[in-house]
Design a protein around this ligand. Structure first.
Ligand SMILES: [Zn+2]
Length: 52
């Protein structure tokens, strides 16, 4: 089951920080990232959480 993350991420479309809830994933380098959608415009937003 995927870990959930709630917080803020910068939306490139709104050009503002938005609160979002998304799924945490780990890339090949071991960096944890949260991926979700901007609640205002639906654009995918990502936030880098750092090393696991
Ligand atoms: Zn947006």
């Amino acid at each position: 089951m995927a870990e959930e993350f709630s917080g803020t991420a910068y939306c490139v479309k709104c050009k503002e920080k938005r609160d979002f809830t998304g799924e945490v994933s780990v890339n090949a380098k071991g960096t944890r990232m949260a991926k979700g959608k901007c609640p205002e415009c639906g654009t995918t937003v990502t936030r880098i959480l750092g090393k696991a």
